[in-house]
Design a protein around this ligand. Structure first.
Ligand SMILES: [Zn+2]
Length: 243
């Protein structure tokens, strides 16, 4: 049992060290992730704006060309009108001219609408480009910081994780489960020592009889107030490798 208590106590120390290390990294990973997503979003928006402008510009060029062709056609039709011999032919040419003129008018309106829209989009694009530049430089800075912290803590993390794995393998699954459950419910501390006759997790007094039992290191005891695993100072302070 002493071995199990020592393993749990050691596991707790390792986890607290890991917690401290992650604390050091802080919310940098989340911030970097959020910034990346935002950069992506703005880039997509820019692409959509540019696509729309590109398609619209091509469409406008096509309409301009067609309008010119229609104008030429109208000129020809008008020449033909001068040469026809009857009303029926004359009227047929008139309706063809009217149709061409109507099409030209429609194109004109559509091109004007696009010009207005394009101006708005170009203004938006300017803003988006500026926003993207700022975001990209923010991201670069955050990534640099994150990389620095990662590099300075990577070895320590790997070592702690390796030690942790070794300890976990030697404990029973049910003990690990209890440990993890208490740890996540109690803000990271699942195993605490009895110090000055109190639980050092919640500072409530531990009854003298219970303290004596805990000092025997032959059973798993839980604090009756906070539910954490209580160990003796002897166990908590023993830093020798667990046999
Ligand atoms: Zn307690």
């Amino acid at each position: 049992m002493r071995r199990k208590l020592r393993l749990l106590s050691t596991l707790q120390k390792i986890d607290l060290d890991l917690d401290e290390l992650y604390e050091l990294r802080g919310d940098l990973p989340v911030r970097v992730e959020k910034l990346r997503a935002k950069v992506e979003m703005v880039r997509n928006s820019i692409n959509e704006h540019e696509d729309f402008l590109k398609k619209g510009t091509a469409d406008r060029a096509r309409k301009e060309k067609e309008s010119l062709a229609l104008l030429e056609r109208i000129e020809k039709l008008k020449d033909q009108q001068l040469q026809v011999r009857n009303n029926r032919e004359y009227d047929a040419l008139t309706s063809e001219i009217e149709l061409a003129e109507k099409t030209i008018d429609e194109y004109e309106e559509e091109m004007e609408a696009f010009a207005r829209q394009a101006e708005e989009l170009r203004n938006e694009l300017e803003g988006l480009d500026k926003e993207l530049k700022e975001l990209e430089s923010d991201l670069e800075e955050q990534e640099r910081q994150y990389k620095e912290v990662l590099e300075s803590t990577a070895d320590e993390e790997a070592e702690l994780k390796h030690e942790r794995e070794k300890i976990v393998k030697r404990l029973e699954a049910s003990d690990i489960e209890a440990y993890e459950r208490i740890r996540s419910a109690k803000g990271g501390k699942a195993v605490v020592e009895v110090r000055r006759e109190s639980c050092s997790g919640c500072y409530n007094v531990v009854p003298p009889q219970r303290i004596l039992e805990i000092k025997r290191d032959d059973r798993l005891f839980f604090c009756e107030h906070c539910g954490r695993i209580l160990v003796s100072e002897d166990i908590a302070e023993d830093d020798s490798p667990v046999e």
